[in-house]
Each structure stands twice: as C-alpha cells, then as structure tokens.
Design a protein around this ligand. Structure first.
Ligand SMILES: [Zn+2]
Length: 228
C-alpha cells in the first residue's frame, strides 16, 4: 500500500471512532506503521475536519517528516511501541467511556464472557498510572502487552491502547474492548442488584476458547468448510 492509499485508509478508520462511540471532540487517535516511521492523526483536529492529507508522518522518534500540522500529543507513545514491538503494525488510543471507567478503578476487566476469552485470551489487563507526553505510557503499554495474549490494555486513570498487525485489527480490538467493558459493568450491577455473583470462566476453558477462536474460527485458508 502506498502512502496515498494508507492516508485514505487511516482517515476512514478514524471516522469509525466517533461512529462507534469511542471518542469525544478531538480525543483518540490511530496510527499505522510505515517503513522507518509512522502515520498518525494531527493534534487537536476534530474528526469532522480530518482529511487524508492532514495525517502526519513522523519517524520512530516522533519527529515530523511530512505534514503541515503537529502530530497527536500521543505520538511519542505510538513511536515507543513500534520501536519495541516489531510485530505491531497499527495502534489505537481512546478514552472510550466504559473501558475508561474500569481504568479509573485501576482494575483489569475480568474475563467473564466467552467473547473476552476469544478476543483477549483472558482479562483485559490494567497498566499503572503514567504521565502524558513522554515515553512513560509507551513503556507501560509494552511492559504489559509484550508477550501477552491481549491486544488491549487499559491504563489506570487514563484510557485504552490497542495494538494489531494492522490499524484495522487494532481498531477492532478497541471496539471490542469497549463492548465487553460495558457488558461486564452491567453484569456486575445486575449481580449486585440480584444478590448473586458474576460467573467466572475457568483458565482451562479460557485457553480452549482462545485457541478455537484464533486457530479454527472464521474464514481461514485451508480450514473452510464449504456450505452445502
Ligand atoms: Zn489519552
């Protein structure tokens, strides 16, 4: 994919953030890895004002290479993650409300749904508090997610970071983490109202579900069963 196509794709993916209720005003951003750098949303621009051309190219030290606008204030975080995790091709950051409510409690989102076992391979982990602007957030994201099955982390008192092989994969994880954060929140409210416990899933069942989802489920090559 050339830079023009990637700019168009990244712009289209950014429009999915407000469409899925993950962002407010100018908060939230997506980046894509480039050869030796990254492409990211400009800082302080509303989603309605964004264009493919307004996306900013920086190197992996967050220094601008191409673009008239300043890059997102989270660019140092994205750059740090790309430097430390070569398998990552896309990153999403949001303050989506339910996931960020969990982050405000400093608690992981417990794995109580099969969809969580599928997508995250267990609880969505919660990283510690880190100041904004430098590389501390990136360091916390890498510390928790490197080697972890979850493509998503909630950061204490802040919000959500998700990673993927592509920006689309990272966006999917950002949509999914908000969806399960809402459902699990509702489950705990309902359980409290009914005087019952939220049911947990055993580690063995989580492993089985995650393996099935990542190895068998979907339209994978050579594993498709033709419809009769
Ligand atoms: Zn943030």
């Amino acid at each position: 994919m050339n830079h023009t196509e990637l700019r168009a794709e990244l712009h289209a993916l950014h429009l999915e953030l407000p469409r899925n209720g993950l962002v407010t005003w100018t908060s939230g951003n997506i980046s894509a890895r480039l050869d030796g750098g990254l492409l990211i949303k400009p800082s302080g621009v509303t989603f309605a004002e964004l264009t493919p051309e307004s996306m900013v190219v920086t190197d992996l030290n967050a220094q601008v290479i191409e673009g008239d606008l300043s890059p997102s204030s989270d660019t140092a975080t994205h750059a740090y993650v790309y430097r430390q995790m070569p398998e990552v091709g896309g990153i999403v950051h949001t303050h989506s409300p339910y996931a960020t409510a969990w982050a405000a409690t400093g608690q992981e989102i417990p794995c109580v749904l099969t969809a969580m076992a599928d997508e995250f391979g267990g609880p969505v982990p919660c990283g510690g508090f880190a100041p904004i602007g430098g590389e501390e957030i990136g360091a916390e994201v890498v510390r928790v997610l490197k080697g972890h099955r979850s493509p998503a982390i909630i950061l204490q008192s802040h919000g959500v970071f998700t990673i993927g092989k592509t920006p689309l994969a990272a966006l999917k994880a950002a949509v999914m983490v908000e969806d399960v954060a809402r459902t699990v929140f509702l489950a705990y409210q309902l359980a409290a109202a009914r005087g019952v416990e939220v049911q947990t899933i055993s580690p063995a069942d989580i492993d089985r579900l995650h393996h099935r989802y990542t190895h068998v489920y979907g339209q994978q090559q050579h594993q498709e069963t033709p419809c009769p």
